[in-house]
Write a protein that binds this ligand. Structure first.
Ligand SMILES: [Mg+2]
Length: 414
C-alpha cells in the first residue's frame, strides 16, 4: 500500500448548497434565514435544507417545519427547485474544471480532484483560483469549503473543519495527530451504531481508535472496511472499491391531499415510470420491485419477484399486484411517504429469458412499445405518451427530487 509523501487530493464541499443556490438566484433571500421545503402550502413536512443564517439561529437540515419555525420565527420557507440545483451543479462543475480536472463527483454538492505537482506545492493558490472563479462567474452567495490531504478520506474530513468558505490543509506529517481533536462521529463511516460498538470496546476518542492495530479495527467493524478505514486515516492511499449499480428508485413525501391509498398509487405509478426510464437509459434490467409506505403507526412494505424486465407494462403490472395487497391489508391507511425501488439489477447484455414463464414473445412486444414511447418522449423532452394516466402531483418535481447523492438529469423532470 502506498503512503503519499505530499498532499495529493482536494475535496470540495459547497456550503449549505440548496439554500445558497436559492439565495444566489433570489436576491430577496440573501442574508436571511431560509429553509427549503418539499412543497409550498403546508407546515406538515420538514425543512430539507437551511441557509447559514437559519443554521446560526439553531435550525438543522431535516427538521420538522413547526419545530424550525418555533426556533426561528422569521424563517422564510421556499419550495425546492430540483431542476435549478441540477443546473447549478453543472455550472459550478464546469467552472471548477477550468481550474483543475475533477476526479470524482461524490454528490450534488461534493467532489474531489487529484493535484498535480504545481498544485501540491501551492494549495492555497489553487483554492483561491477556484473560489475566485466561482465568485466571478457564478456569484458570491454560493461558497465552498476545501480540504487538502494525502488522500480523499482525509481531505473530506479536513474540508469540514472550516465551514463555511474555508480552506484546510493537512500535510502528511500532521497525520494522524490532526485527527485527535475530532469526535468519533466526525469520521465518515462512524455512525451511531458503530459509535456504540466502539464504546463497548472501551474506545471513546479518535486517538484511542487510531492507536489500535489495524486488524483490531477490522474485528470491531466485523469487516475489512474497518481495516481500510485505519489505513485511510493514517494517510495511506486507499480507494473504496467501485460499487456496482444496486438499485433504481424514487421516494416522495406526499402532499396532504394525496395521502389516501388510491391517490398515493397515482404518485407511485409516476415514480415507478421515472425509475424505469432511468433503468433503461443506463442499460439495465430489474427482477424485483419493492414498495415501501410510511403510514400512521409505522410502515408497510412488500417486494415482488419479477421476470428480468425493464418495460413499463411489466413493472406497472407488478405495482398493481403489490397495491392490491396493500388495499387488502391497509385499506384505510393514510400514506405519508412512499418509495418504489427496482432491485436485483442486471446489465441488459446479461439478460436471461425466463423459459418457464414463457413470456418472451409478449415481453419483446412490450419492450418494443416502451422503446418507441421513450423515443417520442425524448424527442419532445416531455412526457407526451405514457402507459395510463400521467398526473404529476402538487409540488411537481416527481422523480427529480432533492437529493445529495444522486444528481438528476434533465430528463428526470418531465
Ligand atoms: Mg455541502
Amino acid at each position: 500500500m502506498r503512503k503519499p509523501k505530499n498532499i495529493e487530493c482536494l475535496y470540495l464541499d459547497f456550503d449549505g448548497f440548496f439554500a445558497s443556490v436559492m439565495q444566489q438566484v433570489y436576491p430577496k433571500l440573501r442574508g436571511k434565514p431560509v429553509g427549503v421545503v418539499p412543497f409550498a402550502g403546508t407546515d406538515r413536512t420538514a425543512v430539507i435544507a437551511c441557509s447559514k443564517e437559519a443554521k446560526r439561529a439553531g435550525c438543522k437540515n431535516v427538521m420538522a417545519i413547526k419545530e424550525a419555525k418555533t426556533i426561528c420565527p422569521e424563517l422564510i420557507l421556499v419550495p425546492q427547485e430540483p431542476d435549478l440545483y441540477r443546473r447549478a451543479h453543472n455550472t459550478l462543475l464546469s467552472e471548477i474544471s477550468a481550474v483543475l480536472p475533477i476526479d470524482a463527483i461524490k454528490s450534488i454538492d461534493e467532489l474531489t480532484c487529484r493535484l498535480d505537482a504545481h498544485q501540491q506545492k501551492n494549495p492555497r493558490e489553487t483554492a483561491r483560483q477556484i473560489k475566485e472563479r466561482l465568485e466571478k462567474y457564478v456569484g458570491r452567495y454560493i461558497t465552498c469549503s476545501i480540504g487538502f490531504a494525502p488522500n480523499r478520506q482525509l481531505a473530506k474530513i479536513a474540508g469540514k473543519l472550516n465551514k463555511p468558505d474555508g480552506v484546510t490543509i493537512w500535510y502528511p506529517d500532521m497525520i494522524p495527530k490532526a485527527l485527535f481533536a475530532l469526535c468519533l462521529d466526525d469520521i465518515p463511516g462512524i455512525g451511531k451504531n458503530m459509535a456504540q460498538r466502539l464504546h463497548k470496546a472501551q474506545i471513546y476518542s479518535v486517538e484511542q481508535l487510531l492507536n489500535l492495530p489495524p486488524k483490531h479495527m477490522r474485528k470491531i467493524w466485523r469487516s475489512v472496511n474497518g481495516e481500510r478505514l485505519w489505513y485511510a486515516l493514517h494517510g495511506y492511499d486507499i480507494y473504496a472499491q467501485k460499487s456496482e449499480r444496486g438499485m433504481f428508485g424514487h421516494g416522495r413525501v406526499l402532499p396532504p391531499d394525496s395521502r389516501t391509498l388510491p391517490k398515493a398509487k397515482e404518485i407511485a405509478r409516476l415514480l415507478l415510470v421515472k425509475a424505469a426510464r432511468r433503468l433503461r437509459r443506463e442499460g439495465y434490467y430489474s427482477s424485483r420491485l419493492m414498495v415501501w409506505l410510511a403510514i400512521r403507526d409505522g410502515h408497510w412494505g412488500q417486494n415482488l419477484k419479477l421476470p428480468i424486465v425493464n418495460d413499463d407494462k411489466a413493472l406497472l403490472d407488478g405495482l398493481d399486484n403489490i397495491w392490491s395487497r396493500a388495499e387488502k391489508e391497509i385499506p384505510t391507511e393514510i400514506v405519508f411517504r412512499l418509495h418504489v425501488t427496482l432491485v436485483d439489477i442486471s446489465f441488459a447484455s446479461y439478460r436471461q429469458i425466463d423459459m418457464f414463464l414463457n413470456d418472451d414473445e409478449e415481453r419483446k412486444k412490450w419492450e418494443a412499445i416502451t422503446q418507441a414511447v421513450d423515443g417520442l418522449n425524448n424527442k419532445y423532452s416531455k412526457t407526451i405518451i405514457s402507459n395510463g394516466k400521467w398526473n404529476p402531483p402538487k409540488g411537481g418535481n416527481v422523480g427529480g427530487k432533492i437529493s445529495f447523492t444522486r444528481i438528476p438529469s434533465a430528463a428526470d423532470f418531465w
